[in-house]
Design a protein around this ligand. Structure first.
Ligand code: ZN
Length: 82
């Protein structure tokens, strides 16, 4: 599903047909294998980068400028070399 592509969780949710909550659960599983590539959420106003954590699924407000124009994080999976 994620092979070589970067997708936000909301799109994955629609394409797979499962709730975002479940998507995040799976992403966390992949993260444990060290293969998850995260394009961090970014504030469109000041460029502040959010560190992605499973608990903070969707940052809604920038801690730096208090802006609410947050780009959601995108995810991809780094394939292990065989
Ligand atoms: Zn900001």
């Amino acid at each position: 599903m994620l092979d070589g592509r970067m997708l936000p969780a909301s799109v994955l949710s629609k394409q797979i047909g499962k709730p975002e909550k479940e998507i995040y659960y799976h992403l966390d599983q992949i993260k444990r294998t060290g293969q998850l590539v995260i394009h961090q959420a970014e504030c469109s106003d000041c460029g502040h980068l959010f560190k992605w954590r499973i608990k903070v699924q969707k940052p809604s407000r920038c801690p730096q400028c208090k802006g609410t124009h947050i780009e959601q994080p995108w995810f991809s999976v780094a394939l292990k070399e065989r």
